[in-house]
Design a protein around this ligand. Structure first.
Ligand code: PEP
Length: 239
Protein backbone atom coordinates (compact mmCIF):
# COMPACT_ATOMS: atom_id res chain seq x y z
CA UNK A 1 0.00 0.00 0.00
CA UNK A 2 1.40 3.39 -1.02
CA UNK A 3 -0.37 6.46 0.36
CA UNK A 4 0.38 10.08 -0.52
CA UNK A 5 -0.16 12.71 2.17
CA UNK A 6 -0.43 16.08 0.47
CA UNK A 7 -0.69 17.92 3.80
CA UNK A 8 -1.57 21.65 3.52
CA UNK A 9 -0.17 21.91 0.00
CA UNK A 10 -1.77 22.08 -3.43
CA UNK A 11 -4.06 25.02 -4.16
CA UNK A 12 -7.21 23.77 -5.92
CA UNK A 13 -5.93 23.84 -9.51
CA UNK A 14 -2.70 22.04 -8.55
CA UNK A 15 -4.63 19.46 -6.55
CA UNK A 16 -6.98 18.63 -9.39
CA UNK A 17 -4.10 18.42 -11.87
CA UNK A 18 -2.14 16.15 -9.52
CA UNK A 19 -5.17 13.91 -8.98
CA UNK A 20 -5.66 13.64 -12.75
CA UNK A 21 -1.99 12.67 -13.16
CA UNK A 22 -2.23 10.06 -10.39
CA UNK A 23 -5.26 8.51 -12.09
CA UNK A 24 -3.15 8.08 -15.25
CA UNK A 25 -0.49 6.15 -13.30
CA UNK A 26 -0.06 2.49 -14.20
CA UNK A 27 0.24 0.07 -11.33
CA UNK A 28 -0.56 -3.51 -10.48
CA UNK A 29 -3.96 -4.56 -9.21
CA UNK A 30 -2.28 -5.99 -6.12
CA UNK A 31 -0.86 -2.58 -5.14
CA UNK A 32 -3.21 -0.34 -3.20
CA UNK A 33 -2.56 3.31 -3.98
CA UNK A 34 -4.17 6.21 -2.16
CA UNK A 35 -3.95 9.99 -1.89
CA UNK A 36 -4.93 12.27 0.97
CA UNK A 37 -5.60 15.75 -0.38
CA UNK A 38 -6.56 18.81 1.67
CA UNK A 39 -10.11 18.23 2.95
CA UNK A 40 -11.70 20.97 0.82
CA UNK A 41 -10.73 19.23 -2.41
CA UNK A 42 -11.81 15.70 -1.43
CA UNK A 43 -15.24 16.00 -2.97
CA UNK A 44 -13.92 17.13 -6.38
CA UNK A 45 -11.06 14.63 -6.36
CA UNK A 46 -13.40 11.77 -5.55
CA UNK A 47 -15.11 12.55 -8.83
CA UNK A 48 -11.78 12.62 -10.69
CA UNK A 49 -10.72 9.18 -9.42
CA UNK A 50 -14.15 7.58 -9.94
CA UNK A 51 -13.76 4.42 -11.98
CA UNK A 52 -10.10 3.98 -10.96
CA UNK A 53 -8.81 2.04 -7.98
CA UNK A 54 -7.17 5.09 -6.35
CA UNK A 55 -8.26 5.40 -2.73
CA UNK A 56 -9.01 8.80 -1.25
CA UNK A 57 -8.23 9.63 2.33
CA UNK A 58 -8.62 12.50 4.75
CA UNK A 59 -5.65 13.82 6.74
CA UNK A 60 -7.66 13.97 9.94
CA UNK A 61 -11.21 14.05 11.27
CA UNK A 62 -13.02 14.11 14.60
CA UNK A 63 -14.88 11.23 16.19
CA UNK A 64 -18.08 12.96 17.32
CA UNK A 65 -21.10 12.68 15.06
CA UNK A 66 -22.31 16.28 15.39
CA UNK A 67 -22.13 19.21 17.75
CA UNK A 68 -20.67 22.59 18.50
CA UNK A 69 -17.14 21.96 17.20
CA UNK A 70 -16.32 24.95 15.05
CA UNK A 71 -13.97 24.11 12.20
CA UNK A 72 -14.15 20.34 12.66
CA UNK A 73 -15.08 17.69 10.11
CA UNK A 74 -16.19 14.29 11.33
CA UNK A 75 -15.65 10.73 10.12
CA UNK A 76 -19.14 10.46 8.60
CA UNK A 77 -18.57 13.63 6.59
CA UNK A 78 -15.28 12.53 5.05
CA UNK A 79 -16.76 9.11 4.39
CA UNK A 80 -19.75 10.68 2.67
CA UNK A 81 -17.37 12.81 0.58
CA UNK A 82 -15.82 9.60 -0.77
CA UNK A 83 -12.94 8.76 1.58
CA UNK A 84 -12.01 5.20 2.39
CA UNK A 85 -9.27 6.04 4.91
CA UNK A 86 -8.19 8.72 7.38
CA UNK A 87 -4.67 9.49 8.57
CA UNK A 88 -4.77 9.79 12.36
CA UNK A 89 -2.11 10.69 14.90
CA UNK A 90 0.35 12.16 12.42
CA UNK A 91 3.32 13.60 14.33
CA UNK A 92 2.52 17.07 13.02
CA UNK A 93 -0.87 16.80 14.75
CA UNK A 94 0.56 15.12 17.85
CA UNK A 95 2.96 18.07 18.18
CA UNK A 96 0.68 20.98 17.23
CA UNK A 97 -2.55 19.75 18.80
CA UNK A 98 -1.23 17.55 21.61
CA UNK A 99 -2.93 14.48 20.13
CA UNK A 100 -2.23 11.21 21.91
CA UNK A 101 -3.33 7.67 21.16
CA UNK A 102 -5.68 7.76 24.16
CA UNK A 103 -7.37 10.91 22.87
CA UNK A 104 -7.64 9.41 19.37
CA UNK A 105 -9.33 6.13 20.33
CA UNK A 106 -12.78 7.67 19.96
CA UNK A 107 -11.88 8.95 16.47
CA UNK A 108 -10.40 5.61 15.43
CA UNK A 109 -13.64 3.93 16.53
CA UNK A 110 -15.71 6.44 14.54
CA UNK A 111 -13.57 5.93 11.43
CA UNK A 112 -13.88 2.14 11.70
CA UNK A 113 -17.62 2.43 12.25
CA UNK A 114 -18.04 4.09 8.84
CA UNK A 115 -16.16 1.21 7.14
CA UNK A 116 -13.09 3.37 6.45
CA UNK A 117 -9.67 2.40 7.77
CA UNK A 118 -7.39 4.59 9.89
CA UNK A 119 -3.76 5.02 8.88
CA UNK A 120 -2.51 5.37 12.41
CA UNK A 121 0.89 7.07 12.74
CA UNK A 122 3.49 6.40 15.41
CA UNK A 123 7.10 7.44 15.70
CA UNK A 124 9.78 8.79 17.97
CA UNK A 125 11.54 12.16 17.98
CA UNK A 126 15.28 12.56 17.41
CA UNK A 127 15.79 13.21 21.11
CA UNK A 128 13.89 10.06 22.06
CA UNK A 129 15.94 7.99 19.61
CA UNK A 130 19.22 9.45 20.78
CA UNK A 131 18.35 8.70 24.38
CA UNK A 132 17.59 5.07 23.53
CA UNK A 133 13.83 5.41 24.10
CA UNK A 134 12.59 4.91 20.53
CA UNK A 135 11.20 1.40 21.03
CA UNK A 136 9.47 2.28 24.30
CA UNK A 137 7.95 5.43 22.81
CA UNK A 138 6.51 3.65 19.78
CA UNK A 139 5.30 0.66 21.82
CA UNK A 140 3.71 3.15 24.24
CA UNK A 141 1.92 4.90 21.36
CA UNK A 142 0.51 1.54 20.23
CA UNK A 143 -0.43 -0.05 23.55
CA UNK A 144 -3.66 1.89 24.19
CA UNK A 145 -5.00 0.32 20.98
CA UNK A 146 -4.68 -3.14 22.53
CA UNK A 147 -6.85 -2.41 25.53
CA UNK A 148 -9.37 -0.32 23.56
CA UNK A 149 -11.55 -3.18 22.40
CA UNK A 150 -11.22 -1.86 18.82
CA UNK A 151 -10.99 -4.30 15.93
CA UNK A 152 -7.30 -3.93 15.10
CA UNK A 153 -7.83 -5.91 11.90
CA UNK A 154 -9.11 -2.73 10.29
CA UNK A 155 -6.15 -0.53 11.21
CA UNK A 156 -3.11 0.30 9.08
CA UNK A 157 -0.09 1.44 11.09
CA UNK A 158 2.46 3.90 9.73
CA UNK A 159 5.84 4.03 11.47
CA UNK A 160 7.08 7.54 10.87
CA UNK A 161 10.18 8.59 12.81
CA UNK A 162 9.61 12.30 13.44
CA UNK A 163 13.24 13.10 12.62
CA UNK A 164 12.85 11.57 9.15
CA UNK A 165 9.71 13.50 8.15
CA UNK A 166 10.42 16.17 5.58
CA UNK A 167 14.16 16.13 6.34
CA UNK A 168 15.42 14.15 3.36
CA UNK A 169 16.94 11.77 5.88
CA UNK A 170 15.04 8.48 5.85
CA UNK A 171 15.64 5.87 8.52
CA UNK A 172 18.17 3.17 7.70
CA UNK A 173 17.01 -0.26 6.66
CA UNK A 174 18.21 -1.60 10.02
CA UNK A 175 16.26 1.07 11.98
CA UNK A 176 13.15 0.31 9.95
CA UNK A 177 13.42 -3.46 10.36
CA UNK A 178 13.98 -3.18 14.10
CA UNK A 179 11.04 -0.84 14.62
CA UNK A 180 8.68 -2.72 12.34
CA UNK A 181 9.47 -5.87 14.31
CA UNK A 182 8.55 -4.04 17.53
CA UNK A 183 5.32 -2.72 15.99
CA UNK A 184 4.37 -6.20 14.83
CA UNK A 185 5.25 -7.71 18.20
CA UNK A 186 3.05 -5.20 20.05
CA UNK A 187 0.12 -5.40 17.62
CA UNK A 188 0.50 -9.18 17.50
CA UNK A 189 -1.49 -9.77 14.32
CA UNK A 190 -0.22 -11.29 11.09
CA UNK A 191 -2.59 -9.33 8.88
CA UNK A 192 -1.71 -5.76 9.94
CA UNK A 193 -0.18 -3.56 7.25
CA UNK A 194 2.74 -1.57 8.66
CA UNK A 195 3.85 1.26 6.40
CA UNK A 196 7.05 3.26 6.69
CA UNK A 197 6.99 7.05 6.34
CA UNK A 198 9.75 9.62 6.46
CA UNK A 199 11.52 11.06 3.40
CA UNK A 200 10.52 8.21 1.11
CA UNK A 201 11.70 9.25 -2.37
CA UNK A 202 12.39 7.53 -5.68
CA UNK A 203 16.01 7.27 -4.47
CA UNK A 204 15.39 5.87 -0.99
CA UNK A 205 12.36 3.72 -1.85
CA UNK A 206 14.08 0.57 -3.11
CA UNK A 207 16.12 0.07 0.06
CA UNK A 208 13.16 0.88 2.32
CA UNK A 209 10.86 -1.53 0.49
CA UNK A 210 13.37 -4.35 0.85
CA UNK A 211 13.31 -3.96 4.62
CA UNK A 212 11.70 -6.88 6.44
CA UNK A 213 8.19 -6.17 7.71
CA UNK A 214 7.45 -3.15 5.50
CA UNK A 215 4.01 -3.26 3.81
CA UNK A 216 4.36 -0.02 1.85
CA UNK A 217 4.80 3.68 2.51
CA UNK A 218 3.16 6.87 3.65
CA UNK A 219 4.72 9.50 1.41
CA UNK A 220 4.68 13.24 2.10
CA UNK A 221 6.76 15.60 -0.04
CA UNK A 222 7.42 13.18 -2.90
CA UNK A 223 3.67 12.57 -3.35
CA UNK A 224 3.29 16.17 -4.58
CA UNK A 225 5.00 15.13 -7.81
CA UNK A 226 3.08 12.60 -9.90
CA UNK A 227 6.36 11.38 -11.43
CA UNK A 228 8.05 10.85 -8.09
CA UNK A 229 4.95 9.20 -6.64
CA UNK A 230 4.76 6.89 -9.65
CA UNK A 231 8.46 6.06 -9.27
CA UNK A 232 7.86 5.11 -5.62
CA UNK A 233 4.94 2.89 -6.61
CA UNK A 234 7.14 1.30 -9.29
CA UNK A 235 9.92 0.71 -6.71
CA UNK A 236 7.38 -1.07 -4.50
CA UNK A 237 6.39 -3.34 -7.37
CA UNK A 238 10.01 -4.12 -8.27
CA UNK A 239 11.12 -4.95 -4.73
C1 PEP B 1 4.66 12.48 6.26
O1 PEP B 1 4.53 13.61 6.67
O2 PEP B 1 3.80 11.63 6.49
C2 PEP B 1 5.86 12.17 5.52
C3 PEP B 1 6.25 10.93 5.48
O3 PEP B 1 6.52 13.22 4.92
P1 PEP B 1 7.84 13.15 3.99
O4 PEP B 1 7.67 12.00 3.05
O5 PEP B 1 7.88 14.47 3.28
O6 PEP B 1 8.99 12.94 4.90
Amino acid sequence: MIIGNWKMNTPRSDALALANAVVEMKYLESTRVGICPPALWIDSITRIVKGSSILIGAQDCVGDKFGAQTGCINANMVHEAGCSMVILGHSERRTRFAETTEKLLHTIAAVLETGMFPVFCVGETKKQRESGKAFDVVAGQLRPLLTSGLDLGGIVIAYEPVWAIGTGLSATRKDIEEMHAIVREVINRDDTLVLYGGSVSPVSAADIFNAEGVSGALVGGASLSANKFAAIVAAWERR
